[in-house]
Design a protein around this ligand. Structure first.
Ligand SMILES: [Zn+2]
Length: 68
């Protein structure tokens, strides 16, 4: 038998079931989620910087005629 479960989502922070239109259950979780997103954004900037640095290290010696 398949049980009928009303449409719902789970809070992205604590996993509690919430109404389908919501992805977070409370203001507390919203604050935590925003902090998480901020952290992730900062991490992305660091990644971009690292990639840029790597490309620069590969390209600049070639450009100066001292690479490979
Ligand atoms: Zn929650």
């Amino acid at each position: 038998m398949v049980e009928k479960i009303p449409q719902h989502m789970h809070c992205q922070i604590c996993g509690k079931a919430v109404a389908s239109a919501e992805t977070l259950c409370s203001d507390e979780c919203k604050t935590q989620y925003q902090a998480l997103v901020k952290k992730r954004k900062n991490y992305m900037y660091i990644m971009y910087a690292a990639i840029f640095l790597m490309i620069a290290l590969l390209v600049v010696p070639k450009f100066l005629g001292v690479g490979f």
